[in-house]
Design a protein around this ligand. Structure first.
Ligand SMILES: [Cu+2]
Length: 363
């Protein structure tokens, strides 16, 4: 099972440097020679998951169709989770209650959405004749794949709630204000024992009122709240502003059809995205750092979606920062990669990556 931040810019190669060099060179050669966008996998037929992440069989939905977007949908505005009002909280609770009540055979259930995320990372999908499994982390597909995963998660909740205005909230962990409770694990996701937003596998040191540690390597820290506010601000500034002035630095290394993934995360994917995952996961779980800290189970925790809602938001903000290169990659292997998801009706939909960066289309 893959752990967040197993690779990345912050990790020193302490052994096998020669082996790593050979691997990197062969990766670069593969990138030069492969050069085609990732085609849409056939779900669940392409599944090779050894972690039991395959989607329900047989597939009972309509034949997979190309995503078109629905311009008749209302524009949804995502709000900070610590500022939701009572009716918004009740709606969110009800949505996750309905989601958790879906049967195991429904590909929209919370556990099957987690399985879909698992499939796209933990060696779950091998294309015919390919040496490496498809991987959507640690390179430039990370941000767009997760944006669309969230899009369908939001649409599934909206359908269950019969409310097309439903929008996911975002966990505003980048906000270090001492007068707001933005940078703690959201209370509505953590403090009520009967809440449908809770998850039992979490780090005991990630409970409110402890502040998030954006430089976390998992587990606890003895830093004070003031120290954490300063360090968190520094992390945001170096990872999003000074350390990521180009698409390659922010999104990560190129990834084409058939490549081995996992060697080139962008600054943002690594930290704070990966560090927040690790901070929330339970270091003492049977599989250390479950649920949030492992690819295979992270999307079982409802906080995953509010965390990634903030990732999506910061991606949008990054594009507005000064500098002429704060744009999405323009290579066809990026723009024309295609992914298969399940929509709010449990039908398979194939999305072209260029649609994912077209936010008006996503409403
Ligand atoms: Cu992920």
């Amino acid at each position: 099972m893959g752990k967040f931040q197993e690779t990345g810019s912050r990790r020193e190669l302490t052994c096998c440097k020669l082996g790593a060099l050979v691997l990197i060179v062969s990766q670069m050669l593969m990138r030069i020679t492969s050069g085609t966008p990732v085609p849409a996998p056939i779900l669940p037929d392409n599944c090779t998951s050894e972690e039991g992440c395959c989607m329900p069989q047989p597939y009972t939905g309509k034949p997979a169709r190309d995503f078109e977007g629905d311009l008749a949908l209302p524009i949804r505005i995502r709000r900070p989770v610590h500022k939701l009002n009572e009716s918004e909280i009740a709606r969110l609770e009800r949505g996750y209650k309905l989601l958790r009540e879906l049967p195991d055979l429904d590909p929209r259930s919370l556990s099957n959405q987690a399985n879909l995320h698992c499939l796209y990372c933990d060696n779950g999908i091998y294309y015919n004749n390919m040496t490496w499994p498809l991987e959507i982390h640690n390179h430039w597909l990370f941000l767009p794949w997760h944006r669309m995963f969230l899009y369908f998660h939001e649409r599934i909740l909206a359908k269950l709630l019969d409310d097309d205005t439903f929008a996911l909230p975002y966990w505003n962990w980048d906000n270090q204000s001492s007068s707001e409770e933005a940078n703690i694990l959201p209370r509505i996701y953590s403090t009520n024992e009967t809440s449908y937003l809770r998850d039992l596998n979490r780090n005991k040191c990630a409970q409110p009122p402890n502040l998030v540690h954006l430089n976390s390597i998992g587990g606890c820290t003895d830093k004070t709240a003031d120290e954490l506010r300063i360090e968190n601000t520094q992390v945001m500034y170096t990872q999003i502003v000074t350390g990521a002035p180009t698409p390659r630095l922010f999104f990560g290394e190129p990834y084409s059809y058939g490549d081995s993934g996992g060697y080139g995360p962008g600054t943002f994917e690594d930290n704070p995205h990966g560090t927040v995952h690790l901070w929330v996961g339970d270091p003492d779980a049977a599989t250390a750092f479950n649920d949030m800290g492992n690819f295979g189970r992270s999307a079982r925790d409802p906080v995953f979606y509010t965390h990634h809602s903030n990732i999506d938001r910061i991606w949008t903000i990054w594009k507005t920062l000064p500098g002429k290169q704060r744009t999405e990659p323009t290579h066809a292997d990026f723009l024309d990669s295609r992914f298969t998801y399940y929509d709010e009706n449990a039908d398979q939909v194939i999305v072209n990556l260029s649609q994912i960066i077209n936010t008006p289309l996503l409403r």
